[in-house]
Design a protein around this ligand. Structure first.
Ligand SMILES: Nc1ncnc2c1ncn2[C@@H]1O[C@H](COP(=O)(O)OP(=O)(O)OP(=O)(O)O)[C@@H](O)[C@H]1O
Length: 337
């Protein structure tokens, strides 16, 4: 996962500040002074400000260390670029969670730190939503940063696709849940920018949960995004072209996932990352007959509308939710009898 820092784009509503103070210290640290009500007070002398900052940091780390003790860390359940994920138990709530532990020394530059900050901030900002992974807590002590998350099943959508193509009603149900999550993100001016099957988890009730907001970014009218972010196979062509882009990059990636769910393989592939990128840039969408003979025309129609090279002609997540194939639950007319 590639992360870029596109500085100064944090947006936070005041109404969310109470949530932020409750959720823990990582969040407090990333709130910029611009958002703080005390901005209007006369500035403190430089030395006093520094002393105050050091004291606050020590207090946060102490509180973080105390919070960490409240979780019993159990077995490892996954590993990412920056951290290790463990199953954990929280005795006072009698609940199991996933605990993501990041060693601060591995966050070597500002872009890495930004990934961690935006991940927690975005999840709080978007919460609650039935298809977005719930954040329980976030804190840090001197050496580590911790994010406590709702615990999901070990198998991601990647594992399900690896087992073979999915039937249309199943694929329709999953893509609908992803589109619901994205419609919510986009309505709040947040793009995920790293939609891929590995980031789609499932809770105990088999509900799809969008996770890993480390590449997310705020956008808005007259405020396009930029930077090469995402994963091969799923990244949109306009991202690779180095152009400014909008939230439709998430729709492209979701279309690629839908294609993979229905066929068992991605629409654009190659032997190396460079070859995959070339295929994505060509954006030549094909439906090989051997595989797609049994896929319905409405499903292919939605794929064409989502995996559309021109972002201005590409369907939005909200529009995709109203596509006939989604509305029918992926049931072919012949299957209705
Ligand atoms: N809430 C969770 N419940 C269950 N398993 C999880 C949870 N969160 C993460 N995992 C597992 O841990 C793995 C690593 O997660 P993590 O979020 O650290 O990595 P990542 O951000 O997807 O990877 P990278 O940073 O390399 O992109 C995931 O692939 C998943 O299998």
């Amino acid at each position: 996962m590639e992360c870029v820092l596109d500085g100064g784009k944090q947006q936070q509503r005041y109404s969310d500040l109470h949530v932020l103070t409750n959720i823990g210290t990582i969040i407090l640290e990333v709130l910029s002074l611009d958002q703080c009500p005390c901005k209007t007070r006369p500035p403190l002398p430089f030395k006093t400000r520094n002393l105050l900052k050091t004291k606050q940091k020590m207090q946060r780390e102490e509180a973080g260390a105390h919070k960490k003790q409240q979780y019993q860390v159990l077995e490892e359940i996954g590993r990412g670029k920056f951290g290790t994920v463990f199953r954990c138990f929280h005795p006072s709530s009698n609940q199991f969670y996933a605990l993501k532990l990041i060693h601060n020394r591995l966050l070597t530059d500002a872009a890495d730190r930004h990934c961690l900050e935006i991940e927690a901030k975005a999840m709080i900002f978007l919460s609650p939503h039935p298809n977005i992974l719930k954040i329980i807590d976030a804190f840090q002590d001197g050496e580590t940063s911790t994010i406590v998350l709702q615990l999901c099943q070990p198998r991601t959508l990647f594992d399900r696709i690896a087992d073979g193509p999915l039937l249309e009603p199943h694929a329709a149900s999953l893509i609908k849940q992803l589109l619901e999550a994205l419609t919510h993100c986009h309505a709040l001016a947040l793009a995920h920018r790293d939609i891929k099957p590995e980031n789609l988890l499932f809770d105990d009730g088999n509900n799809l949960k969008l996770s890993d907001f480390g590449s997310a970014e705020w956008f808005g009218e007259g405020r396009p995004m930029s930077g090469v972010v995402g994963s091969p196979y799923y990244v949109a062509p306009e991202v690779l072209m180095g152009r400014e882009y909008d939230e439709k990059v998430d729709v492209w990636s979701s279309g690629v996932i839908l294609y993979a769910m229905l066929s068992g393989f991605p629409p654009f592939y190659g032997d190396s990352a460079a070859q995959i990128f070339e295929a994505v840039l060509r954006a030549n969408l094909r439906f090989p007959t051997t595989i797609f003979r049994s896929v319905s025309a409405p499903a292919k129609d939605l794929l064409r509308k989502m995996i559309c090279r021109d972002p201005s002609r590409r369907i939005s997540a909200h529009q995709a939710l109203r596509h006939p194939w989604i509305l029918s639950g992926g049931v072919k007319s012949g299957d209705l009898s």
